[in-house]
Design a binder for this molecule. Sequence first.
Ligand code: SF4
Ligand code: SF4
Length: 126
Amino acid sequence: MLLRLKFDSRVVKKPVISSVTLKTSALINIIKAEVGPRKGELIVEVEDSMTEKVEEAFREFGVSVCRLKKKVQRSDECVHCGACISMCPVEAICIAEDGRVEFMDNCVLCGNCVKVCPVKALSIPV
Ligand code: SF4
Ligand code: SF4
């Protein structure tokens, strides 16, 4: 399960990930991290069986948690240029037999492809 974690200045300096790992014994894989002095946002992956326990532990630390079930969204503006393919860390973008670019379900919503698309065809679902 992918989780989006958001936290503010009260939490940003605390060792939240390691504390939740110790408390729950869950393996937490950080997919994306944007952390500044006043706020932070992480996307993490946890085993499905540990999701509820991990969510509860993060919330106890004052972290806002939401589950991500969707993949990156693409609009009709896509021109199938392929610029996004090499940016994907999990090979979730490929070229189909007809030459069109396809997105697969193993997307982990890292956002790398969104940044490079020349026609702004991609977005992360909220
Ligand atoms: S959001 Fe990240 S994981 Fe998903 S398709 Fe784009 S580059 Fe790949
Ligand atoms: S970079 Fe944008 S336009 Fe090019 S294939 Fe990817 S989504 Fe389509």
